[in-house]
Design a protein around this ligand. Structure first.
Ligand SMILES: Cc1cc2nc3c(=O)[nH]c(=O)nc-3n(C[C@H](O)[C@H](O)[C@H](O)COP(=O)(O)OP(=O)(O)OC[C@H]3O[C@@H](n4cnc5c(N)ncnc54)[C@H](O)[C@@H]3O)c2cc1C
Length: 391
């Protein structure tokens, strides 16, 4: 692995840093920010700023109008963009669009790309990804999927319920995972204004960083033409893996940027605020927290960079992205929690951005596979290796 970043990447990193500091951070208290994320007007204003600076959707291929960033380049740029919670919205690199764009580039037909991918890349429309269901349906275990798709002439009829669907409110297009009659799963693309695509209610959550919040959807005889199947029938779980490994890693990159911001706020406070005759940071109890933050940020970044490098070699990187997800989500959580502590009472109020980052980050240990499930699959791999070694 070469850790030296090329000059063009360093220049792009500096450009993104300047853009976030000058254009995006000043908008963090914009009243168009709601409990369910930035509203449509704020999101569009942010996207237009990134467009004007040539920074919109940098991960999309150059053919689609992006910058065609590699995974390693994304690691550097996404961390930088996420210094502000609004940065990933501005650059159009937030979940779920970022992962959906990646998947559509890999699997969609030319007609599907023209109809849905292009306007997504251009920042004109948003998308959502609908897999999770209320009990007894798919959650940590996606194989428990209960939403069904049944062939009806040239169409499929989809029935079921989905929840936690990020970005569903205001999304123009959805990718829906459904079970086929033979028990396999398929992904379907659909416009969200089709009859039978029903947004039942919004879910109130700790976070407020995703445009369109999180919704409960009811799919009632939703009619999807066979031409709108994404990829091949029965390959839904395989495509989910194609989407999940890199999408998981980009979450790590964004949360690293957020944790670094919280750390800087805590360091600034710790270096100024006096207690018992010296600055907070000079007290070992606080200085050690800041030192631990540095180490957690550093080890998280190295883990992400390694996984990005593995993906750039063309490998699937499932194990590496699983490990990166667990290491990052727990590392950044320790950092942000320590920052809250260092800030004292202000840490749990809106006086600084840290309280918001704290709320936004908690769910990362749950989505994209709860950490326990990643540990379960890693444990299986470790044990199978041990068993093989014994034979
Ligand atoms: C903010 C947010 C955004 C989301 N966005 C989307 C989205 O856009 N699209 C989508 O489809 N889904 C989305 N999800 C859903 C997410 O993927 C699920 O919440 C996750 O897969 C867990 O499923 P569940 O909530 O049903 O938890 P359950 O399956 O009920 O599990 C509950 C808990 O049990 C534990 N657990 C489960 N299995 C095991 C095991 N084998 N061993 C040990 N412990 C275990 C874990 O701690 C887990 O957190 C989102 C969730 C959140 C919180």
């Amino acid at each position: 692995m070469n850790f030296a970043l090329p000059a063009e990447l360093l220049a792009l990193k500096a450009k993104v840093r300047r853009f976030i500091a000058e254009e995006i951070v000043p908008m963090e208290r914009d009243p168009r920010q709601t409990a369910h994320g930035p509203n449509a007007e704020l999101r569009q204003a942010l996207v237009e700023k990134a467009r004007a600076h040539g920074l919109l959707t940098p991960h999309a291929s150059t053919e689609m109008g992006g910058l065609g960033l590699s995974h390693m380049e994304k690691a550097v740029i996404f961390e930088e963009a996420a210094y502000s919670p609004l940065g990933p919205i501005a650059l159009n690199i937030h979940a779920p669009d970022e992962g959906n764009i990646h998947l559509l580039e890999l699997v969609a037909t030319p007609a599907q790309k023209q109809r849905w991918l292009l306007p997504m890349v251009q920042g004109h429309i948003r998308s959502c990804f609908a897999m999770t269901e209320p009990s007894p349906g798919a959650g940590s275990d996606p194989s428990m999927m209960t939403t069904t798709a049944v062939r009806d002439g040239d169409d499929y009829l989809i029935n079921g319920q989905k929840w936690f669907i990020t970005g569903a409110e205001g999304a123009s297009v959805a990718i829906i995972m459904a079970r086929m009659e033979d028990g396999t799963a398929t992904m379907f693309l659909t416009d969200t204004d089709r009859p039978g695509f029903i947004l039942e209610r919004m879910m109130d959550s700790l976070d407020s960083c995703f445009a369109g919040g999180h919704a409960v959807l009811r799919l009632e005889n939703l009619r999807v033409p066979a031409a709108d199947v994404l990829g091949e029938i029965g390959k839904g779980f395989r495509y989910a893996q194609l989407r999940l490994a890199p999408a998981r890693l980009t979450h790590c990159m964004r949360w690293l940027g957020q944790a670094r911001r919280a750390h800087e706020v805590a360091c600034s406070y710790g270096s100024r605020r006096q207690s018992f005759g010296k600055t907070l940071g000079e007290h070992q109890g606080v200085g050690f927290m800041l030192a631990d933050n540095e180490m957690d940020l550093h080890s998280t970044r190295l883990t992400i960079w390694h996984c990005a490098w593995v993906l750039d070699q063309g490998e699937r990187g499932n194990v590496e992205s699983s490990m990166a997800k667990v290491i990052s989500s727990e590392g950044i959580w320790r950092v942000i929690d320590r920052c809250v502590q260092v800030l004292g009472g202000q840490g749990v109020t809106g006086e600084t951005i840290v309280e918001r980052i704290f709320r936004d980050a908690r769910s990362f240990r749950i989505y994209d596979g709860p950490n326990e499930v990643h540990r379960m699959s890693l444990a299986k791999k470790v044990l199978s290796r041990f068993t093989e070694d014994k034979q």
